[in-house]
Design a binder for this molecule. Sequence first.
Ligand SMILES: *Cc1c(COP(=O)(O)O)cnc(C)c1O
Length: 369
Amino acid sequence: MSLTFELNPAIKKLPVYLPGKPIEEVARELGLAPESICKLASNESPLGPSPKAIEAMKNALNTVNLYPDGNAFYLKEKLSKKLNLPSEYIIVGNGSNELLELIAHAMLQPCDECIMSQYSFAVYPIVTKLSSAEIVMTPAKNYGNDLDAMLKAITSKTRIIFIANPNNPTGTHLSEKELKNFIEKVPQNILIVIDEAYTEYQTTPPDLVPLIRNNEKNNLVICRTFSKIYGLAGIRIGFAMASPEFIQALNKVREPFNSNQLAQVGAMAALDDTEFLDYARNVNLSGLEYLQKEFDKMGLEYIPSVANFILVKVGNGIEVFQSMEKKGIIIRPVNNYNLPEWIRITVGTEEQNIKVIKGLKEILGKNNI
Ligand SMILES: *Cc1c(COP(=O)(O)O)cnc(C)c1O
């Protein structure tokens, strides 16, 4: 039945975010046990959350009758110490996805422009369109963000530039120097969003926090998340860093209890468990190395990655996705990113990575390698 009322016109053309298929759904379709399914489609941690985070969340279960601390006081205190950045420079969100949306709310009006790269995170166009603003897409350079092209795309209507570093879905990255040069050149009236969802996977990631800490760049926001290396995607928690004035603006547009109590205590415990963090980084690094080495042997083109996923060229991405799914391995076709010949594979455990390579060899007829 068609709607008898008009929607906000911004919603009509809005793309719906396509998530990876849930394990249970694939298990049901294949008649397999959920435990036998290997999900490497959404860049989730294959290691689960830190055992300390699980314990902390269990202990907090008895008090979920109470509203959470809407201001996430203790989590912000902990982040503040860790980042050497006062709490007023930090906001906590229901995943960093929410923070991207809050940023758009706080910034955009119809006809404003947002610059993003050709192969960039699917949420940037969504939050832009949600605010009736215009997407200005710059061509990629070697599949990554082309900073010069982004500078050239600036007009009097530009309000936000979105950059994921490392970039999703390509796994490419920019250096601290490249980013700092770029930030220096962007006019102060344009907000630069650096989305660092995968930064912890890098052994020496760029550090842009000093630009915020020293009040050098009031037009910079850095977003981070507990969804990736910390393994807390299901509980939805992330944070952003910016000038206290901009954080205050974001606080105005968020709902009062936007991050839940379990997420806050889970995130705090996860931050403390640095041993688990190092372990997760190392598992990922050796997984990446293994996958890239195997792709080399198979003669498959891939984009060298510093994140917890890798883009590899397989011919028909959708077909390979479907064949892999039949084997109980869920990976991600990226035709929605206009990369129909590629698939994106999340780095799994050693066992999962071996399974992925075995599956790909069978499907691509490279079994004799
Ligand atoms: C996964 C991801 C996020 C994280 O989203 P959450 O809402 O924090 O789970 C943000 N940005 C990029 C580029 C991502 O790939």
